[in-house]
Design a protein around this ligand. Sequence first.
Ligand SMILES: NC(=O)c1ccc[n+]([C@@H]2O[C@H](COP(=O)([O-])OP(=O)(O)OC[C@H]3O[C@@H](n4cnc5c(N)ncnc54)[C@H](O)[C@@H]3O)[C@@H](O)[C@H]2O)c1
Ligand SMILES: [Zn+2]
Length: 435
Amino acid sequence: MEPSDAGAPPDLRVGQHRAGRHGRTDPGRGRRRPAHTGGGAVTGPAAADDAATAGEAAAAGDAPAAGDAATGDAATQHSPLQHISVGGRYDVHIGPGALTCLTGHLSPGRRVMVLHQPGRAALVGEVVDLVASAGGQGLTHEIPDAEAAKEVTVLAGAWAALGRAGFTRDDLVVGVGGGAATDLAGFVAASWLRGVDFINLPTSLLGIVDAAVGGKTGINTAEGKNLVGAFHEPRAVLCDPAWMASMSRPDLVSGLGEVIKCGFIADPTILELIEADPQAVCDPAAPVMTELIARSVRIKAEVVENDLTEAGIREILNYGHTFAHAIEQVEHYSWRHGDAVAVGMVFAAELAVRVGVMDPELLARHRSVLDSVGLPTSYAGADWEQLRAAMARDKKARGATLRFIVVSEAGVTQRLVGPDEALLREAFDAVSASH
Ligand SMILES: NC(=O)c1ccc[n+]([C@@H]2O[C@H](COP(=O)([O-])OP(=O)(O)OC[C@H]3O[C@@H](n4cnc5c(N)ncnc54)[C@H](O)[C@@H]3O)[C@@H](O)[C@H]2O)c1
Ligand SMILES: [Zn+2]
């Protein structure tokens, strides 16, 4: 038995006869589904509440929904600015005018160091103006674009800027940019004087739905990505979708990969919103964008409020990521993360169908929804042996045993441990073939 399975109720485990050939599936933290009738793979009880909300699905029913999330869909759809609490520790403000929520964190004399990507000048100017009108002292420090921001030399440069400014424990770091900028800003804040406040202003879709919320901060080393980091939660996260208007379409679409992931693991309404109008969801100005972001952030918030350090439930956020990380490795990070996650979800779905936990219609839905926004659903690069070796190296793998999150129905996850090698190979063949 895997150590992390220790807390799972024994009556929800898969029958032993399946374990030899197919590996073992345990209920993940999603809403429980009725026993699978096709293959008899899952022996768990019927779902207790088929009307469970996304929040309940994400939180496995053992934690209260986060903040405004508890107020439900009506509030969600009518409020232009949404506030999502992360465990009561900090809020994520999403929607037009979100920047106004910075004011509560400013005060006379407080220094604010804005660490920002190039090209975000208008937003940086607005932040500095707000700081000045609150009587604070706004400072700016530009960092390189994208992954180049996450180098130790950039970290040292930011420390030097803080030192020159006489930055104290009472001051505030603000990260402005995509996930690379907020990862760096968070790590600067975590390490300066052993931890100062920081606020994230993510300007990319992937940044807001994945990187800026959750408290993981970090930089890269020559040996690999994100090898150095700290858990350090922001004081707030602010995101106005209007900031994304300048994003390139491929970057925006890549972010949708993580949004769609949230749909499959916890909130099928996300899938319905995308299916209803795949064009609108590629437009940051469309009202549905605020809705999609808020729904995705709510899931992450509910997961991380209970599992900051990734011990259990946070695992569901890794849906599609085992295969995605392998693609990223063998492609030397030339693939956008959300694109790799899209293919990774199709791989996991192909696997889930073969193990007997997913119906083929849900697999087809993976391909159709991803394809509708222009995300890739197949991979024709490295061969299976290279990808299999890369999966074994993934830091989330435990020893030789591969672990996958699989989806049994939209919004319901299970854990698949040690699937049969032949099925992995079949799933690979299916994603490398064009459909
Ligand atoms: N901390 C976490 O939990 C976590 C989770 C997921 C990803 N990440 C990290 O996030 C990074 C990926 O995030 P990302 O895709 O946002 O990367 P990024 O910051 O490199 O941004 C991608 C590109 O989009 C551009 N961009 C961002 N906002 C823009 C805007 N408003 N207009 C025009 N261009 C804009 C950036 O300049 C960059 O070129 C990686 O470093 C990854 O490790 C962290
Ligand atoms: Zn991801």
